[in-house]
Design a protein around this ligand. Structure first.
Ligand code: KG4
Ligand code: ZN
Length: 349
C-alpha cells in the first residue's frame, strides 16, 4: 500500500498541460473527480501548415493561458485558496510550449504557497484511465498518439517500465503523413480511419514486426509504401484506390499494435490492458483490440475520447500519485523535452 499523507483531507489539484498544441487547465478532486477540464485546441491555426509549428504553438499558449486558467477555476466552482497543489506537464514535448505551462504553474504555486508537481506526459495519458475506473496491477498500457507509440508495463501504482517504443514515426504521425499524401486535411488520422471503413477492397501492405522478441514499433516503412503507391499511380496517370490504400495501411498498423500489446499483456500477467492517446479514437484499432482481449480474457480499458487526447485532467490524475506520497517538485524545475517515464516513477511503492 502507498504511504498516504492525505489523512482524509480533500485534495484539489489544479493541473496545466501545454506540451504540444492544446492549452489545457483542469481542477480534479481526490485524483478522480473532474471538476473542470478546459481544453483549447490550436488545430485550426496549424492546419494550414499541415502540422504543428512549434513557435506558433508557444505564442498561442501564452495568449490563452490566463483565460483558460481562470475559466478552469470558475467552472470548478472553487476558490484559489481551496487548492491543494499545482501540477504541470514537465515533458516530453515541445520545449517552448512546455515552458509556457511550467512558468504559469510555478507562478501560481509560488503565489499560493502550494506544492508543485511536475508530471510526465505519458504517465498522464496512462492515468487518464484512473479518471473513469479503478486500475488493477500489474497492467500494460499501449500509448498511441501523434507524438508517441509506446508499450508500458506498470507493475504497481506509479511504477513504469518502458518495454517498447517506436524507432521512427509515431503511429499518429504516420497516419497524418499518409493522409497528407492522399490530399486529406490535417490531422489526417480520423480521415484515413473513415476512408478505411468505406473500402470494399484492401491494398495489402507489409507488416513491420522487427525482431521476434521486440516490443518496438516502426511505421515509417508502411508510410513510405503508401507514398510509393500514390506516386506510382500519379506517374502513370491512374486514379488511386484511396479507400483500399487507407484500409491496407490501417490493417498493417493495427495488426502490429494489437499483436504486440497482447503478447506483452500475456508475458507480464496483466490484469488490464489500457489503450490511451489520440489514436485510441481509431475504430479499427478499438475493434481489433477489444476482439483480441475478449478472446484472451484480458480486460481492456479505453478512456472516453475527450480524455484520450491531450488534456490537463489526465495530468492531475497522474500528479495525484505523487501528491499522495508527498513527492513534490522543486520550484526551479526545468522543462524536460526528452523526459524519461521510468525515472518519473513514484519513489515509495
Ligand atoms: O494524443 P493526441 O491528441 O496528441 C498527441 O499527443 O499527439 O493524438 C493526435 C493524433 C493525431 O496524429 C491524429 O491524426 C491521431 O491522433 N488520430 C487518429 C484518429 N483520431 C486521431 N489516428 C487514427 N484514427 C483516428 N480515428
Ligand atoms: Zn499526448
Amino acid at each position: 500500500m502507498a504511504t498516504d499523507i492525505t489523512n482524509g483531507e480533500r485534495c484539489l489539484i489544479l493541473a496545466v498541460e501545454t506540451s504540444c498544441d492544446e492549452t489545457s487547465v483542469a481542477v480534479v478532486e481526490n485524483g478522480t473527480n473532474i471538476l473542470s477540464n478546459i481544453v483549447s485546441s490550436q488545430i485550426e491555426t496549424h492546419r494550414r501548415f499541415g502540422g504543428v509549428v512549434p513557435e506558433i504553438a508557444s505564442r498561442k499558449h501564452v495568449e490563452t493561458m490566463t483565460r483558460i486558467m481562470e475559466e478552469a477555476v470558475r467552472e470548478a466552482g472553487v476558490e484559489l485558496r481551496d487548492l491543494t497543489a499545482v501540477a504541470v506537464t514537465q515533458g516530453p514535448g515541445l520545449v517552448g510550449s512546455l515552458l509556457v505551462g511550467i512558468v504559469a504553474a510555478k507562478a501560481l504555486a509560488f503565489a499560493l504557497e502550494l506544492p508543485l508537481i511536475g508530471v510526465h506526459h505519458i504517465a498522464g495519458h496512462i492515468y487518464a484511465n484512473a479518471l473513469v475506473q479503478e486500475l488493477r496491477y500489474p497492467l500494460v498500457a499501449l500509448v498511441a498518439s501523434g507524438g508517441h507509440t509506446e508499450l508500458v508495463h506498470v507493475e504497481s501504482e506509479g511504477r513504469f517500465r518502458l518495454i517498447g517504443r517506436t524507432r521512427d514515426d509515431a503511429v499518429g504521425e504516420a497516419y497524418d503523413k499518409v493522409a497528407r499524401a492522399m490530399g486529406l486535411p490535417y490531422p489526417g488520422g480520423p480521415y484515413v480511419d473513415k476512408l478505411a471503413q468505406e473500402a470494399d477492397e484492401e491494398i495489402e501492405l507489409p507488416r513491420a514486426w522487427l525482431e521476434q522478441e521486440s516490443y518496438d514499433f516502426s511505421f515509417s516503412g508502411i508510410k513510405s509504401a503508401v507514398l510509393a503507391v500514390v506516386n506510382q499511380a500519379k506517374m502513370k496517370g491512374d486514379v488511386v484506390n484511396k479507400a483500399g490504400l487507407a484500409l491496407g495501411f490501417q490493417n498493417s498498423a493495427v495488426d502490429v499494435l494489437v499483436t504486440k500489446a497482447l503478447r506483452a499483456a500475456k508475458e507480464f500477467g496483466a490484469e488490464q490492458l489500457l489503450l490511451c492517446g489520440g489514436v485510441a479514437a481509431n475504430k479499427g484499432l478499438r475493434a481489433k483490440l477489444s476482439e483480441a482481449c475478449d478472446e484472451t480474457g484480458i480486460p481492456l480499458a479505453v478512456p472516453p475520447l475527450s480524455l484520450c487526447t491531450d488534456n490537463a485532467a489526465m495530468i492531475a490524475a497522474a500528479a495525484y500519485l505523487k501528491w499522495k506520497r508527498g513527492e513534490f517538485t522543486p520550484l526551479d524545475m526545468k522543462a524536460e523535452p526528452l523526459f524519461s517515464l521510468e525515472e518519473w516513477s513514484v519513489m515509495r511503492a
